[in-house]
Design a protein around this ligand. Structure first.
Ligand SMILES: [Zn+2]
Length: 659
């Protein structure tokens, strides 16, 4: 899921945007979300006829092996801030309300089950304490932990709960199945100082690099977009966020960190014995994550598919924005795992969701997972080769009946529609080949012209209201969005667009689609919510970013116009790393090279890595820091200041739903 939380770099966001008073509909809830319309109620009911939503099998499996459940599950950190709160989802029970897609509601109920569970003798899971699962494998002398969650507060609570109900043992090894932060960020919450010095950390090759640098460059934009994908500002309510599909939500407000592996998995099948437990690993890079593995425990007949398999259609493309994934390669890994492990496994467990028991059931489950990605891949290419473009393929693609009826591959997280676009993008890029799409006018200019051609704002709104009354919400959103981009102060337009987003959200089966639409509606009514990201909470992670990755991301903040004509060279000496990097600006681009200081540089700056990070991210003030004793400047301070002033500063959360 969420990739490295290094996204926090340069992302100390504060609220901005002027307030626009958007009229509330009479049936609005406290946050302005309108009531579900009859069209929405009908659309949601129609799904009840297509799916056997009362099928009890998943509920039975999700509850199987329950050892203990805490009555209330609310995890707070020392200063009282809430890091995790399952209690706020107490409303997700019983029949689906009219404002939630009933299939998503079913998944939301399943993801709300939390507790300590036995998967098979010697393998336990704590589920529902974060977005992902903590798995405990009992070794001869200690515990082997798999995926220590996102934050140290959540994993510490999960481990404490397990220790209260199982014969407690020290942690002797930790497995990071992949490079996404919900599977490693909590590491500081599980090890005592003694354990830390002796623990074995097993991770896939490339883990550390991918985990800490994958999203440094695009971090601020991804963080901003993630607020929509996960419905961060929404209430947890029947007209708000109910689930991500993958789990309730990513934990927040806690501390994240990382540890370098002591043992690296780099081939298939790689065998290893940890504390007397035999492991067989499948190396699966470039699947769901750039660095990932699955593993089999031959003595227990248990297979862990990490996040290569899950109980939903996963994202080939994730809506917060990320490099698109290779659906064919992903499917092929599942096929390989099926022949290596699946056909002899008697129990299956993963990094998210609940297990599968019985070889026949595991084989059937793996085949459906394998085939949903391959089907979307193959059909997208088939249609593309027939001349259909991305949007046309997305509209046309439909899973075969054998997959459609299978809950474990339904679009609770990814959707066939946006994953088909992802496959198209993987092979063909953003351009669909239509000349009119090569260089269209940008949204604000196009918006003004559309509105003009449609007879002006009033005419457009009158027509859009009619389309809304007919339940044509996709079209209403498409058209009224032009008006909002032409004139963001048109409150009637904002209100109508928000109402259409409400209905699209209520109908969505995908958690992220629901959250994207409902957060869009929220932001049209209230503006973007302030994001409080505390760099100190990610200190353990930030300390791992290679300086070169950090400088690459710094170069993307050079304001090209300001830097036009500037030529300057600065030496940066990192006193704690004993590394010197030479930074040069010419042709309005910043280059960096590690090596010897340039003798003709305008200035040489000597400081620690953490101070440099604070300086560049704006956490430390430029002038105060440059004149303080924490660093040393040799050469021109004025040139140094002008150099730093070339960097863009993020003023607050940028607009998405308005220009
Ligand atoms: Zn995950």
């Amino acid at each position: 899921m969420i990739r490295a939380a290094i996204v926090v770099v340069a992302c100390l966001l504060v609220g901005c945007e002027r307030t626009v008073s958007v009229p509330r509909s009479a049936d609005a809830d406290a946050f302005g979300h309108s009531a579900p319309t009859q069209h929405t109620v009908r659309a949601n009911r129609a799904l009840e006829g297509l799916l056997d939503l009362d099928d009890p099998a998943d509920f039975a499996n999700a509850e199987r092996g329950l050892i203990a459940r805490s009555e209330s599950l609310r995890i707070t950190r020392d200063d009282g801030r809430v890091v995790w709160d399952q209690d706020q989802y107490a409303f997700v029970t019983g029949a689906a309300p009219e404002s939630v897609n009933p299939s998503l509601w079913r998944q939301a109920r399943l993801n709300g089950l939390h507790g300590l569970y036995e998967v098979t003798a010697g393998v336990y899971q704590v589920r529902g304490y974060d977005l992902a699962n903590l798995t405990i494998i009992v070794g001869e002398t200690g515990w082997i932990l798999v995926d220590p969650l996102t934050m140290q507060e959540t994993v510490a609570a999960a481990l404490e709960f397990a220790r209260a109900h199982l014969p407690s043992k020290p942690v002797v090894a930790v497995l990071f199945t992949h490079s996404h932060v919900d599977h490693f960020g909590g590491i500081d919450g599980v090890l005592t100082p003694e354990e830390r010095s002796a623990v074995r950390i097993v991770a896939p090759e490339g883990f550390l690099h991918e985990a800490v640098s994958e999203n440094v460059i695009a971090g601020p934009a991804m963080t901003r977009r993630a607020a929509l994908m996960y419905g961060r500002p929404l209430s947890r309510s029947v007209r708000g966020h109910v689930d991500t599909g993958l789990g309730k939500e990513p934990a927040a407000n806690g501390r994240i960190s990382i540890l370098a592996p002591t043992d690296v998995i780099d081939h298939t099948v790689q065998r290893m014995t940890l504390d007397g437990v035999r492991f067989e690993f499948q190396f699966a890079p470039g699947s769901e994550a750039p660095a990932e593995f699955t593993f089999y425990l031959p003595d227990l007949g248990a297979f862990c598919g990490a996040e290569v398999l899950s109980r939903n259609l996963h994202n080939v493309y994730t809506l917060r924005g990320a490099k698109v994934r290779d659906a064919l390669r992903w499917s092929n890994y599942i096929d390989e795992a099926l022949s290596l492990f699946g056909q002899r496994a008697t129990s299956y467990f993963g990094s998210h969701h609940w297990p599968v028991w019985g070889t026949a059931e595991i084989v059937a489950y793996m085949k459906k997972q394998r085939d949903v990605y391959k089907y979307i891949h193959d059909q997208t290419l088939r249609m593309a080769n027939q001349g259909l473009t991305s949007a046309e393929i997305a509209e046309a693609i439909e899973l075969p009946e054998s997959l459609r009826g299978e809950f474990a591959v339904r679009g609770y997280y990814g959707t066939p529609r946006h994953n088909a676009k992802a496959v198209y993008q993987f092979y063909f890029g953003w351009y669909d080949g239509v000349p009119a799409h090569l260089d269209p006018l940008p949204p604000e200019r196009a918006g003004r012209r559309y509105v003009e051609f449609m007879g002006g704002a009033d005419e457009l709104l009158a027509n859009a209201e009619e389309a809304y009354a007919e339940g044509d919400y996709r079209w209403v959103a498409q058209v009224v969005n032009h008006l909002v981009f032409a004139d963001p102060d048109n409150v009637a337009a904002r209100a109508l667009l928000a109402r259409s987003y409400d209905q699209l959200g209520y109908q969505a089966e995908s958690g992220p689609w629901r959250d994207v639409y409902l957060t869009g509606a929220y932001e049209l009514r209230h503006g973007p919510a302030a994001s409080e990201v505390n760099l100190a909470d990610a200190g353990g992670l930030l300390a791992r970013i290679p300086i070169a990755s950090f400088l690459d991301s710094m170069a993307t903040r050079i304001d090209g116009r300001k830097a036009d004509g500037v030529e300057v060279t600065i030496n940066v000496v990192f006193s704690d790393l004993e590394e010197t990097h030479v930074l040069t600006v010419e042709n309005a681009v910043l280059h960096h090279r590690q090596g010897r200081a340039d003798p003709v540089a305008s200035a040489t700056l000597t400081l620690t890595r953490s101070l440099f990070l604070r300086l560049v991210t704006g956490a430390a003030g430029l002038r105060e820091t440059l004149f303080s004793d924490e660093l040393e400047v040799d050469g021109s301070v004025t040139d140094l200041i002008s150099f730093f002033l070339l960097l863009d500063r993020q003023a607050g959360p940028f607009n998405i739903v308005t220009p």
